[in-house]
Design a protein around this ligand. Structure first.
Ligand code: GNR
Ligand code: NI
Length: 185
């Protein structure tokens, strides 16, 4: 069980479409262990395998509040098989875009099909935070980030900030480099 490095934008691997898990084996279980270790250490409420550089369709999640008992959840090959017409807005963040938060509109509820670690198929109807997080993580499996759902102006600003930070060798931008101060437009 190891805490792995989390990829940060503009890392191109975050844009790769992940491959389905073919067989749930010891390698899958080791990956899931590392994902939980990494997700809890971050800390984050969800993680897609690609965020630690592994392009397979595995998601870990724990939505329990920190004073509650942990509720580790694993979703293998998750698929959205239904979505509500009703939308809801939630302020999202992403461990691959540290310290940036923005409101995202998505379907309020989704039906998701997935396999558990025993290879058993499940279907769940999710709403609220679970629906938001499942959509956020399944997006990762398709190379999509939450900033793809916000305005181009905001997305370009975030990308620019993180590209600059990457060039300077850091990865994550300085806290005081958050807003565009000049030469806009
Ligand atoms: O830790 C996380 N918090 C979060 C908050 C609102 C909506 C989605 C998320 S997922 C994020 C962890 C992450 O980047 N998962 O891919
Ligand atoms: Ni994310």
């Amino acid at each position: 069980m190891a805490i792995r490095d989390i990829l940060i934008i503009p890392d191109k691997r975050l844009r790769v479409k992940s491959e389905p898990v073919k067989a749930i084996d010891a390698e899958t279980r080791a990956l899931v262990d590392d994902m939980f270790a990494t997700m809890y250490a971050a800390p984050g409420i969800g993680l897609a395998a690609i965020q630690i550089g592994v392009a397979t369709r595995v998601v870990t999640m724990d939505l329990a509040a920190k004073e509650e008992s942990p509720e580790p959840k694993v979703f293998i090959n998750p698929e959205i098989i239904g979505a509500s017409a009703e939308k809801s807005v939630y302020e999202e963040g992403c461990l691959s875009i540290p310290e940036y938060y923005e409101e995202v509109e998505r379907p309020q509820a989704v039906k998701v099909k997935y396999l558990d670690l025993d290879g058993k198929e499940h279907e769940i109807e999710a709403d609220g935070l679970l629906a938001t997080c499942l959509q956020h993580e399944i997006d990762h499996l398709n190379g999509v980030l939450f900033i793809d759902h916000i305005s181009k102006l905001k997305r370009d600003m975030v990308m620019k900030k993180f590209k600059k930070a990457a060039k300077q060798g850091g990865g994550k931008p300085l806290a005081d480099d958050t807003e565009p101060s000049h030469h806009i437009g």
